[in-house]
Design a protein around this ligand. Structure first.
Ligand code: PGA
Length: 252
């Protein structure tokens, strides 16, 4: 049975103090709500990771960075390596978020280097893909996403691919309040799973968790998570409010 995962992506929000408080609230709510089957991940800024790892129950909440360096170490001012992330106790790394691709010009070449670093450290990449509105309107979203995956994670051997979580996040749905319809999300995730089955095999495809992200909220999570290929969500805005995030976790 593949894992159900609800991962928060806090982006560039919260001070360390606010982040620790948020993490503690989520921790408390998750422990008391008894939502046992869902893996809960908090994707916090680098500066917060160590404190958040200390603030939560390690056997219930996982902590993630939102990026890492493409190089293992050295003269790369301002960068944070995968081994540094690992040393905080975090266990996941979000890679290839559309905001990183768009604003920081991350390409498939960069992302392949980052994937290597993350996998070498034994961390779990949450690898993001997804198309812009113009591509969706042109109806070429499947080809676009396939290319994003062909150039990166589909170059990995199956035993490494199996270590990944994939997140499909249509750019037009991120932070806009416009969620992909449940059918649009299910169709794309089923398409991605089909690609994995073709490229690797059905067993590999059935084992990988694929998440949907983009304006996922307490009101639409139940519908989205009821779909056969949707294994959870990558949650931006709604992950900044502990009760909303819990409601999404409890949508399972
Ligand atoms: P959103 O962001 O939930 O605020 O749309 C999702 C994401 O960017 O991961």
């Amino acid at each position: 049975m593949r894992k159900k995962i609800v991962a928060g992506n806090w982006k560039c929000n919260t001070t360390v103090k606010e982040g620790v408080e948020l993490a503690k609230s989520v921790n408390e709510l998750v422990l008391t709500s008894g939502a046992k089957d869902v893996v809960v991940v908090l994707g916090a800024p680098f500066t917060h990771l160590t404190s958040i790892v200390e603030a939560v129950d390690a056997d219930r909440i996982d902590v993630s960075s939102q990026n890492c360096a493409a190089e293992p170490k050295g003269a790369f001012t301002g960068e944070v390596s995968a081994s540094m992330v690992k040393s905080t106790g975090a266990t996941y790394v979000i890679l290839g978020h559309s905001e990183r691709r768009e604003y920081y010009h991350e390409t498939s070449v960069t992302l392949n280097k980052k994937l290597t670093q993350v996998l070498e450290q034994g961390l779990t990449p949450i690898y993001c893909c997804g198309e812009a509105l113009a591509i969706r309107e042109a109806g070429t979203q499947n080809e676009y996403v396939k290319q994003q995956l062909d150039e990166t994670i589909f170059l990995l051997p199956s035993e490494q691919l199996l270590k990944l979580v994939i997140a499909y996040e249509p750019i037009w749905a991120i932070g806009t309040g416009v969620t992909a319809s449940t059918q649009q999300a299910q169709d794309m995730l089923s398409f991605i799973r089909g690609l994995i089955a073709n490229k690797y095999n059905k067993e590999v495809a059935e084992e990988i968790s694929i998440l949907y992200g983009g304006s996922c909220s307490p009101s639409n999570a139940k519908d989205l998570f009821s779909q056969p290929d949707i294994d959870g969500g990558l949650i931006g805005g709604a992950s900044l409010k502990a009760p909303d995030f819990l409601a999404i976790i409890n949508a399972y």
